[in-house]
Design a protein around this ligand. Structure first.
Ligand code: SAM
Length: 192
């Protein structure tokens, strides 16, 4: 359809396993802004669902509380546009659960697409990835990390790793919210 991607694109924000500044694997805490900003970007670019992945019960309850305020509570009538975005959020214990849910829903394998601020071997450029999306109707799960990023083991296990976003300086410390918006626009945006 007018070059729009036929693919089913999903997004996950992972709070485990992620790296801390020493490269150790940790569980990171959920940031409220990550819920709102990334849900609104996901809604803008036609993402099918925004999976919030954390193994911690109290964090899942926190997310449930925030999301239900905007999808059932006062927030829904106060700001229906925010309701539409936050309704994309699904909370899951693990990325494995996310992949299984998508695979069952579509009856096909899910391609895992990792993102990273550092250069990795065999990473795929945005234009090449955008063309791939436009040419098939597969299922893709774009995974964003928190803390100091996704673990090296995870990056190696992914089907694709997208090239890092690079500015025109050496400074490379985008928030995951900014990175998600830029990446979604590069692979799904209309302006080319
Ligand atoms: N230095 C970390 C890293 O190597 O990803 C950045 C941490 S940032 C708070 C967490 C997430 O934002 C990363 O896991 C990635 O999903 C995304 N991110 C941050 N900067 C990025 C960049 N330049 N290119 C692509 N993704 C980026």
């Amino acid at each position: 359809l007018n070059g729009q991607s036929q693919a089913n694109i999903y997004l996950a924000l992972v709070h485990y396993p992620v790296k801390n500044k020493n490269g150790q694997t940790i569980v990171s805490a959920v940031t409220n802004l990550d819920l709102h900003d990334i849900a609104r970007a996901a809604k803008t670019y036609g993402i099918s669902a925004y999976y919030l992945v954390t193994p911690l019960e109290d964090q899942k309850e926190l997310v449930e509380k925030i999301v239900s305020h905007w999808t059932q509570g006062f927030g829904r009538t106060y700001n229906p546009k925010r309701f539409e975005a936050l309704s994309l959020i699904q909370i899951k214990d693990s990325l494995q659960q996310v992949i299984e849910e998508i695979a069952i829903k579509h009856g096909m394998a899910v391609k895992v697409v990792a993102t990273c601020a550092a250069d990795t071997p065999q990473s795929v450029g945005f234009d090449k990835f955008r063309q791939m999306l436009a040419q098939n109707n597969g299922c893709y799960l774009i995974v964003f990390g928190t803390a100091w990023g996704l673990t090296d083991e995870f990056l190696q296990s992914a089907d694709f790793v997208l090239k890092p976003i690079k500015g025109n300086t050496e400074y490379n410390h985008l928030s995951v919210r900014s990175a998600a918006s830029i990446i979604l626009d590069r692979i799904m945006g209309c302006e080319r």
